[in-house]
Design a protein around this ligand. Sequence first.
Ligand code: SF4
Ligand code: SF4
Length: 342
Amino acid sequence: MNSVYIEITNVCNLHCSFCPCGTAAGNETAAINPSISANRTFMDSKLFDACIAGAQEIEATNVYFHVLGEPTLHPGFVHYIKKLEQTPLKLTLTTNGTTIERSGRQILASPAVRQVNFSTHAYAELPRETAERYLQNVLDFCQFALVERPDLYINLRLWNVGAKEASPWNSYMLKRIHETFGIEVTPGHFCSRHKSFNITSRLYLHEDTRFEWPGLDERTGKALQTRDESSSTNSTSSSTSSQTLCHPKDSIDRCDVEGSNSKIVVGTCRALDTHVAILHDGRVVACCLDHSGQITLGHISENSLSEILESPLAHNIRDGFAQHELRHPFCQNCTFCKRFSK
Ligand code: SF4
Ligand code: SF4
């Protein structure tokens, strides 16, 4: 196992339309799936200790501090980084960058931090003045990092290719990168196999299309519609849940997984092989997309991570992936595995 996603908080200060975290407050998604909006909280220190003990136990080398949420908002964020420094674990921090002005120094000072990913696509939905200020803070951080931490990998993510609000913001980003680093990044050759563009040293621009969060209505077991889906179901370019199943035509009748429907779908995923995730309340889930615990395998305060990964459900799902079977209905509604097979 390479990585453990530890959701140290599910609180965020932005409200991105494409994210279950951002859209949780008072919209239609929250109405359908109450667990998304309930229990906004911060992982306590005892739970965090259990998570990093578990990560070491399964010989993971890398941790993330998110599933949903903005990790730097956690009051113990710096303290948790310090705890990592007592272990061999390294942190890949994914942040929206809005707090980098105050948290940047501690991030750069910690040898436990190996990589920082900035979700700068989140700024495309903000008022321009606010977005420009956040981006400036991120670029300032990058300039400091290039001098003080040349070993640190930094990704400026624009995971919004093709989204309607993306074009003006992305053009502005490229302009500011050029002005700041004197490098003209021309991501004109963006494609599924060419997403990362070097700016300088270990600083990269990383482009991608938006991914769809897999989701199931907890009451009906049916796939949730995203906001985009519900507003464009007649568009030929839209992707409805049924259209985005991995190889839906390859469905075959079989019931293998506790709580599953009567079908499995052909497909595979590296979850439970290369990574696993732990939610803010200690529930262990199969992957970093399962923000609402649809595939809850256990609880980190009740069992060790290695015990949980040996549970019958975990085995069944993992065996399914090995045999190219998406056995769990949540996986059958997931397009993320498809993203990596392109
Ligand atoms: S900044 Fe990240 S966690 Fe917060 S709402 Fe946007 S995508 Fe979600
Ligand atoms: S198929 Fe999708 S939902 Fe299932 S474990 Fe993999 S990434 Fe998660």
